[in-house]
Design a protein around this ligand. Structure first.
Ligand code: INI
Length: 166
């Protein structure tokens, strides 16, 4: 559990959440576009969920065409009573056109909105990179696996919200 010197010194109330995820019910939305990358993000996310105690039976993976479709599908999943939070996985890699900016921008804004509208965490695990190499680096190579990071982010956020709700 992380705290800091100021919290300890002043004995303020702190909410830090926990990283135990037994019983957590997770929806994953994964884009098929650039599936060389998204397959790896998905493996990282599922592995990370397992390591934190999430059962396979509580993980629902939904494949979608691309990152642009993520917000609506994530929101539908998040609104289900048997889902505690959603992870969106995708890879938007800059090409020769301006398509990148529209897809990446709308995916980010829409995912935030899906979270606010549903009242549940919807995690932005969508890579937005200039090159394929940068995406690979973040999908299990030099810079870790952003799918695994997204899973940990979901676990912590659900826990913090549960603690706030009491
Ligand atoms: N979708 C992605 O997930 N990544 C991309 O890099 C990408 N590019 O570059 O075009 C992409 N486009 C498809 C988009 O997400 C939608 O599926 C499509 O526009 C239909 O709505």
């Amino acid at each position: 559990m992380r705290t800091n010197d100021a919290c300890t010194l002043h004995r303020v109330n702190t909410i830090t959440g926990s990283m135990t995820a037994k019983g957590l019910r997770v929806g994953i939305v994964c884009g098929r576009f650039n599936d060389l990358i998204t397959d790896r993000l998905l493996s990282g996310a599922i592995d990370s969920l397992h390591r934190h105690g999430v059962d396979d039976k509580n993980i629902t993976v939904t494949w979608i065409p691309g990152a642009f479709e993520a917000p609506l599908v994530a929101r539908s999943l998040a609104e289900r009573d048997d889902i505690d939070g959603v992870i969106c996985l995708g890879a938007v890699i800059r090409g020769a056109t301006s398509h990148y900016d529209f897809v990446a921008g709308q995916a980010a804004a829409g995912i935030q909105r899906a979270s606010m509208d549903s009242g549940k965490p919807v995690i932005f695990g969508i890579l937005t990179t200039e090159t394929l190499e940068q995406a690979l680096d973040r999908a299990g190579a030099k810079v870790g696996n952003k799918g695994a990071e997204a899973a940990v982010t979901l676990i912590e956020t659900v826990s913090v919200l549960n603690e706030i709700a009491g």
